[in-house]
Design a protein around this ligand. Structure first.
Ligand code: ADP
Ligand code: MG
Length: 563
């Protein structure tokens, strides 16, 4: 038996770490399972190189909780460690890693939102354990098993032990202030949160499973029950697979796996897969956004090598895509930095624009391949798309190929098609194409009817950000102008058909006009008796377009309308 001192300069970094990551104590389990996974993947790799003797079988990782003894065990069948390796990797690597961590981040507690996701590694076990033991046996033939023990101080014990199987067993003696982690429910919850898609099967207890009834069994026959390992994770989640190997149903199935409480099916998905200049895989879903869904829940989840990191992807995914759902897995996103740094990071910027491009490309292909189906989804996706057109220039440029402009009669035009369609009838004196739109069919129906009777197309643009989008389009497209269908100069703008006859006689108009004008505020509305030829409406009260927009701007507090 040997005892020794771990060579660290900070005598006791333990209390600092404990305090620093107080809210993140639970990550100890993720860290230890990550190490067990690394060790198992290394073994598999060495085995394929012929460096491991014999068949390694199907190694799994097991978690055991003993409430009475206040112990949690994490057991793997990976490469294990020799005594020298324990000295090197645990006493030096793990402890110096922890020390470095504290040195770097002790002053940045306010940023711990993301830094907390940065792994402390093996040392994080001391956040919940007053004593930690390691039993380990290396895969190298003839190596002796060892036991290491430490209470978080720089003192440790290392001795030979009688473990006969390959791999590592970590025993956590849970501290009095962390007893919650001995609850089965708590461990299940953590496994579900961090380890749901890790690449090595993780066993936590056993469960009963019913065998299928044999053919011709009696109607009241009870299926035979067997006890099987309770494997808590799916080691090969859909995003790690080749898109060509996945069906639509597979993608939907994975969506349900990710969001078990989500009953609405996603509209479509985007499979991300790139390995240069950064590494990223993932699947994003356009959800059917319904009012019953809490936007704070069921967000995009960020993974690193199948280990859950966070579901706050702010700064990584462009704002307009944060309403999407799904998974992004990338080892190239730096997590040991603050949010503000993250946003300025070159690799992260590239990732963000890659995702934007993939989403745009997917929308283009959906539109091209099945336009009718795309049109049917438009109402569900337009908010995200319009927001993207406003906030991401690159996305705006591509949007011409898929952004739709529906009429009040649910006919869908692209911008180009729309201009082509209305040019002959809706061009004003200055040769500008006038795009008429309504924002609300109910309150504007008489104006809509009147415009339609004249043969004009009226768009229905009713999303909350549409006035901003109109500004954006007017600013970037040549020779077009948007005019709301109830604006006063609809008829002035559009080249008049001189033969148009009003339903009212001149006399009728003379008498009517002052009466109506009396009843409404003249400063904001204009009475038009000539312009109408609809059966339903003998006259119209209109509001100048600019007045209306001014009011809208005042209401939303936005600026820049007059510029
Ligand atoms: P990291 O995983 O980032 O290297 P850790 O502090 O988590 O840092 O672990 C330190 C080292 O200890 C690992 O790099 C590995 O060499 C060794 N180690 C930890 N856990 C295991 C294990 N279960 N099996 C084999 N080696 C392990
Ligand atoms: Mg580790």
């Amino acid at each position: 038996m040997a005892t020794g001192n771990i060579n660290v300069t900070a005598e006791n970094i333990f209390p600092i770490i404990k305090k620093f990551l107080y809210s993140d104590h639970e990550i100890f389990l993720r860290e230890l399972i990550s190490n067990a996974t690394d060790a198992t993947l290394k073994l598999k790799h060495l085995s394929t190189l012929g460096e491991v003797k014999g068949d390694i079988g199907n190694p799994i990782i097991e978690i055991k909780v003993d409430k009475d003894k206040k112990e949690i065990r994490i057991i793997d069948q990976g490469i294990g460690m020799t005594g020298e390796e324990v000295e090197k990797y645990i006493n030096q690597v793990a402890f110096s890693g922890a020390e470095e961590f504290v040195e770097k981040y002790k002053d940045k507690v306010e940023d711990s939102g993301i830094i907390g996701h940065f792994g402390l590694g093996f040392y994080s076990s001391f956040m919940v354990a007053s004593k930690v033991e390691i039993f380990t046996k290396s895969f190298v033939e003839g190596s002796k098993a060892v036991r290491w023990e430490c209470d978080g101080s720089p003192k440790y014990t290392l001795e030979e032990t009688d473990k006969t199987t390959r791999g590592t067993e970590i025993v956590l003696h849970i501290d009095e202030d962390s007893l919650e982690f001995l609850e089965e429910g708590k461990i299940t919850q953590l496994l579900n949160k961090y380890n749901k898609f890790m690449p090595i099967p993780i066993k936590f207890g056993t469960r009963e499973e019913s065998l299928p009834l044999p053919e011709g069994a009696a109607e009241d026959a009870k299926p035979e029950k067997i006890t099987v390992d309770n494997i808590v994770n799916n080691p090969t989640p859909a995003w790690t697979k080749n898109p060509t190997d996945l069906s639509d149903e597979d993608y939907k199935e994975f969506y349900r796996e990710l969001y078990p409480m989500q009953f609405e099916e996603p509209l479509f998905n985007i499979h991300l897969n790139v390995d240069y200049p950064f590494n990223l895989t993932g699947i994003l879903y356009f959800p059917k956004l319904s009012k019953s869904v809490d936007p704070m829940k069921d967000k995009i989840q960020l993974y690193q090598n199948q280990v859950f990191v966070t579901d706050n992807v702010e700064g990584i995914v462009p704002d307009f895509l944060q309403m999407l759902r799904g998974v992004i897995d990338s080892p190239d996103i730096p997590l040991n930095v603050s949010r503000s740094y993250l946003q300025a990071d070159g690799a992260v910027k590239k990732i963000s624009s890659y995702i934007t491009r993939k989403v745009a490309d997917k929308l283009i292909s959906l539109f091209k391949n099945d336009r009718k189906a795309f049109e049917a989804k438009w109402d569900d996706i337009k908010v995200i798309i319009e927001y993207g057109m406003l906030s991401e220039e690159k996305f705006f440029e591509k949007s011409d190929k898929f952004a739709l402009y529906p009429t009040v009669d649910k006919e869908y035009f692209t911008f180009e098609e729309l201009v082509e369609e209305i040019k002959p009838t809706q061009t004003d004196k200055d040769d500008k194409v006038v795009i008429l739109y309504a924002s609300d069919v109910k309150s504007q129906h008489s104006y809509i009817d009147a415009a339609k009777e004249k043969g004009y197309q009226v768009l229905l643009l009713d999303s909350p950000i549409v006035s901003h989008l109109i500004q954006k389009l007017e600013g970037s497209k040549e020779n077009i102008q948007f005019v709301r269908v109830d604006a006063d100069h609809v008829d002035n703008l559009i080249k008049k058909d001189e033969n148009q006859i009003s339903k009212l006689s001149d006399e009728e108009k003379e008498t009517l006009k002052p009466i109506i004008e009396e009843a409404i505020p003249k400063e904001t509305y204009t009475v038009q008796l000539e312009a109408m030829d609809s059966n339903a409406n003998p006259f119209m009260i209109t509001q100048p377009e600019f007045m209306r927009r001014m009011k809208e701007m005042q209401a939303t507090g936005g600026g820049g309308m007059m510029g």
